[in-house]
Design a protein around this ligand. Structure first.
Ligand SMILES: NC(=O)c1ccc[n+]([C@@H]2O[C@H](COP(=O)([O-])OP(=O)(O)OC[C@H]3O[C@@H](n4cnc5c(N)ncnc54)[C@H](OP(=O)(O)O)[C@@H]3O)[C@@H](O)[C@H]2O)c1
Length: 316
């Protein structure tokens, strides 16, 4: 199966390395890579030349069956990934992405467009870096309705709050997160809860058919928490964690929140530290089930993309 890539940042490089290293086990080949400022490459080995004049030109020339979309997140609109995905659908290509923006802004439209074209649209790596969430629900929870979810999904704020609990400053926590390479391009997107709001909307749209956007999430960042707040929580055996929540209301609407909560240290949502994440799904037939990912990195995000490709081959 020929794979075209848009974006060649840290995730795309890890993905190419994984595909190359696993060439004997999986039938995937890189047909081309298109970037914003670093040109376009076709074939193997990858050699970048002048950029294609448009994404459409790149896709036409790459002649791939699937687009792996790995451009930067634009949380307020979901672009340019949204347009790239539609360009691929229009050419009868399957799409895999790690970019959560399109899910948060236009999931149901993209799902319907993919179905109308008879192609697959997959996105396991958008939330929790490749740990099974969407594919677990699709493949392991048939017939189940997701009534709500709760998760500790933002690593940067965990690093900052841990630093403050260790009597370091908020700013020192931001620097530590930046040094780990896990902050959004603008760390205020993490601190203000915006990254969590986009993840919450993406999860609600896919798992609960909520038809919402990030602006519909009740959002509060961690910026107003003081060293005294953190100390008082610690002395009570509790911690602050930025939590994403969604619940189905009696009238069928979905209420979503992304805000710091003070939790007992034994609470499952408080047990992951640093870059580790946890998501609990509250269901009608299976009670509460969850996924925990311990210190994931780009290798796990790359695996999530591979798992989507493998899952697509099962549908063919
Ligand atoms: N990093 C992670 O751990 C992680 C985990 C889960 C999901 N994600 C998501 O995965 C995606 C990729 O992440 P990353 O960390 O690899 O990002 P990155 O290192 O910032 O790389 C982004 C890539 O997108 C390209 N790009 C941006 N706009 C473009 C456009 N209009 N047309 C073509 N290419 C464009 C950039 O090209 P230039 O280099 O030429 O500017 C760059 O190669 C993001 O949506 C991110 O939110 C990342």
């Amino acid at each position: 199966m020929r794979v075209a890539l848009i974006g060649y940042g840290s995730v795309a490089r890890a993905f190419v390395s994984l595909i190359t290293g696993q060439r004997k086990r999986f039938p995937f080949r890189i047909a081309g890579v298109h970037t914003r400022r670093h040109g376009t490459a076709y074939g193997s080995p990858l050699e970048f030349g002048p950029a294609a004049t448009s994404v459409g030109e790149f896709l036409d020339k790459a002649q791939a069956e699937v687009l792996v979309e790995l451009s930067s997140l634009e949380p307020e609109t979901g672009e340019p990934a949204l347009t790239h995905i539609r360009e691929a659908f229009a050419r009868g290509m399957h799409v895999v992405t790690a970019n959560k923006g399109p899910l948060a802004h236009a999931y149901s439209a993209l799902r319907d467009e993919a179905a109308a074209r008879g192609v697959q649209f997959r996105f396991e790596s958008t939330v929790m870096d490749g740990a099974p969430v969407f594919n677990m629900v699709r493949n392991c929870l048939p017939g189940v309705r997701i009534l709500g979810f709760s998760g500790a999904l933002n690593s940067t704020t965990k690093i900052i709050l841990r630093a403050m609990a260790e009597e370091r400053t908020f700013a020192e926590g931001v620097v530590e997160a930046q040094e780990l390479g896990i902050t959004e391009a603008d760390p205020s997107d993490d601190v203000d809860g915006w990254d969590s709001a986009v993840k919450t909307a993406a999860l609600a749209n896919v798992l609960m058919d909520a038809g919402v956007g990030p602006d519909d999430v009740e959002r509060e960042g961690i910026g107003s928490l003081t060293a005294d707040d953190i100390r008082a929580a610690r002395e009570a055996g509790e911690v602050f964690v930025l939590i994403s929540r969604a619940e189905t209301l009696p009238d069928g609407r979905v209420r979503m929140q992304a805000r710091p909560e003070r939790l007992a240290v034994s609470d499952p949502l408080a047990t992951t530290q640093g870059t580790s994440n946890v998501l609990l799904l509250h269901t009608d037939l299976m009670g509460t089930v969850g996924t925990i990912s311990i210190e994931p990195g780009v290798a796990q995000t790359a695996y999530g993309l591979l798992s989507d490709l493998v899952d697509i081959t099962r549908t063919l």
